[in-house]
Design a protein around this ligand. Structure first.
Ligand SMILES: NC(=O)c1ccc[n+]([C@@H]2O[C@H](COP(=O)([O-])OP(=O)(O)OC[C@H]3O[C@@H](n4cnc5c(N)ncnc54)[C@H](O)[C@@H]3O)[C@@H](O)[C@H]2O)c1
Length: 381
C-alpha cells in the first residue's frame, strides 16, 4: 500500500476554516492524504485551529513551514496577491501545489510557475475546476452536437452586494483575531474578477474553448466598504464589463460587478444563445437537461436546481458521505485532483494552463479598460 500524502494548508482563513480543513481531516481520506501542518501568521488563529482539529504542526512563518513541516503537497488559501510568491517558494522547496483561485495575478507569473513545476517534476492543480462539473461537460457536448444550432453569443459573470466582509467565519473563527477581508478590495489580486468571475470564465472557456480577444470597461463603483467598524476604501476595480471574442463572430458578455446580487447563480456557468435555442445554466430551452450524476443531484435538499451549488456539488469527484455535508465541496474536489494526479500521474481538467488562460483574460480586460484598446489573447489550454 502507498503511504498517504502529507498535506499542508497555507492560510487558515475563511475558506480553510469553512471547508478545506474539515474536509481534509475526515477519516475516509486518510489512506490517501493526511493533513499534518497549518501555516498562518496570526498566531492565535493557527494554533487554535491546529488544536481544534488535532493537526500536528502549526507555523506562523511560511519559510519555516516549508523548511520544517515535511509535507509533500500544499493548498495555498491566502490572499490572491500572495499566491505567486508562495507558489514559487513551494515549488522550489519540492512541494506539489493546489492553488485556490486565482493561481496568480499575471500571465507571466503563471507561465513561470508552470515551467518551474515542469522542470522539477512537480504537479500544480489550479482552482476552480469548473469543467469537473458534469453539467458544464454536457453543455459543451450539446453545443458541439448542435443542440441549439449555431451559437452566436453568450453571457456569464458574477455580481454581488454584501461580499466577503459579511462571512460569519470572519468574526467567529478560532482565536481572538477577526479575519480581515481588506485584501479583497486592494491590488494586486482584489476585485470580483479574480475571485468570482473566475468561475464563470473557467466555465465559459471550458465550454466554448479559448477566447481570442477582449475589450472592457472597468472602474470602482462602491468607493468604501466596512468591516467591524473599519472603513475599507476600494482600490481594486469592483465594476467590470467585458466583451470576449471567440473567433468567427462568436461573442460573449462577461461581468464582475459590485451590484446586482449573485444572479441566481445562473451566470456562473453561462447562458448560451443559438439559432435554435438557449442553454441557461441547467436548462435547455426552459427544461432541465440530463447529465451524468443528475439522478444523485436531485436527491439533495435543493433538488439539484442550482448549477454551482447543492446537489450539483454532490456529484463532483470525491464528494461522497460526510463530504456532502461540509461546505466548499468544489474546492475539496479540486484538492483531491492534486492528490490523484500525484498518485496516478494522470491529468486533470483543473489544469494550470486553463487557469493561465483565464488570468490572461482578466489581465487583458484591465489593460483594455485603461487603454481603450482591443487586446489580443495569446495563451491556450
Ligand atoms: N472565502 C470564500 O468564500 C472562498 C471560497 C473559495 C475560494 N476562496 C479563495 O481562497 C483564498 C483565501 O480566501 P479567504 O476568503 O479564505 O481569505 P481570508 O481573508 O479569509 O483568509 C486569508 C488567510 O491568509 C492568512 N495569511 C495572510 N498572509 C499570509 C502568509 N504570508 N502566509 C500564510 N497565511 C497568510 C491570513 O492571516 C488569513 O487567515 C483566496 O484565493 C480566495 O479566492 C475563498
Amino acid at each position: 500500500m502507498v503511504n498517504p500524502l502529507k498535506f499542508g494548508v497555507v492560510g487558515v482563513g475563511t475558506v480553510s476554516l469553512r471547508g478545506l480543513i474539515p474536509h481534509l481531516v475526515q477519516d475516509d481520506v486518510r489512506d490517501r492524504v493526511v493533513l499534518t501542518a497549518l501555516c498562518d501568521p496570526v498566531v492565535d488563529r493557527v494554533e487554535t485551529a491546529a488544536h481544534q482539529y488535532a493537526i500536528d504542526q502549526a507555523f506562523t512563518s511560511y519559510d519555516e513551514f516549508l523548511e520544517r513541516s515535511d509535507v509533500d503537497a500544499i493548498t495555498i488559501a491566502t490572499p490572491i496577491g500572495l499566491h505567486y510568491e508562495q507558489g514559487k517558494k513551494a515549488l522550489l522547496a519540492g512541494k506539489h501545489v493546489h492553488f485556490n483561485k486565482t493561481m496568480t495575478v499575471t500571465t507571466a507569473e503563471a507561465t513561470e510557475l508552470i515551467n518551474l513545476a515542469r522542470q522539477r517534476n512537480l504537479r500544480i492543480v489550479a482552482s476552480p475546476g469548473e469543467m469537473l462539473r458534469p453539467h458544464n461537460v454536457r453543455t459543451r457536448e450539446m453545443i458541439l452536437d448542435g443542440a441549439i444550432g449555431d451559437v452566436a453569443w453568450a453571457v456569464c459573470g458574477a455580481a454581488f452586494e454584501a461580499y466577503h466582509e459579511a462571512e460569519p467565519e470572519r468574526d467567529f473563527g478560532p482565536g481572538r483575531t477577526p479575519i480581515d477581508p481588506t485584501w479583497y478590495y486592494r491590488k494586486p489580486g482584489g476585485g470580483p474578477l479574480y475571485d468570482m468571475t473566475v468561475y464563470s470564465l473557467h466555465g465559459m472557456t471550458g465550454i466554448l474553448g479559448p477566447a481570442r480577444a477582449v475589450t472592457a470597461l472597468s472602474g470602482v463603483r462602491i468607493c468604501n466598504r466596512s468591516f467591524n467598524g473599519k472603513l475599507i476604501p476600494t482600490e481594486a476595480d469592483d465594476n467590470t464589463l467585458m466583451l470576449l471574442d471567440f473567433g468567427e463572430s462568436l461573442f460573449a458578455v462577461v461581468y464582475g460587478t459590485a451590484a446586482g446580487g449573485i444572479r441566481d447563480s445562473l451566470d456562473f456557468s453561462g447562458t448560451y444563445f443559438g439559432t435554435r435555442g438557449t442553454i441557461a445554466g441547467l436548462k435547455l430551452n426552459g427544461e432541465f437537461y440530463d447529465y451524468e450524476g443528475r439522478d444523485q443531484a436531485v436527491l439533495a435538499p435543493d433538488k439539484g436546481t442550482r448549477p454551482g451549488f447543492g446537489g450539483n456539488e454532490w456529484i463532483l469527484p470525491n464528494i461522497q458521505g460526510v463530504h456532502r455535508q461540509i461546505p466548499e465541496q468544489h474546492v475539496f474536489a479540486d484538492i483531491m485532483q492534486l492528490v490523484d494526479v500525484i498518485s496516478t500521474g494522470g491529468e486533470t481538467v483543473a489544469s494550470p494552463e486553463h487557469a493561465r488562460h483565464v488570468i490572461e483574460i482578466i489581465e487583458a480586460a484591465y489593460r483594455s479598460a485603461s487603454s481603450g484598446s482591443r487586446e489580443i489573447l495569446r495563451t491556450t489550454f
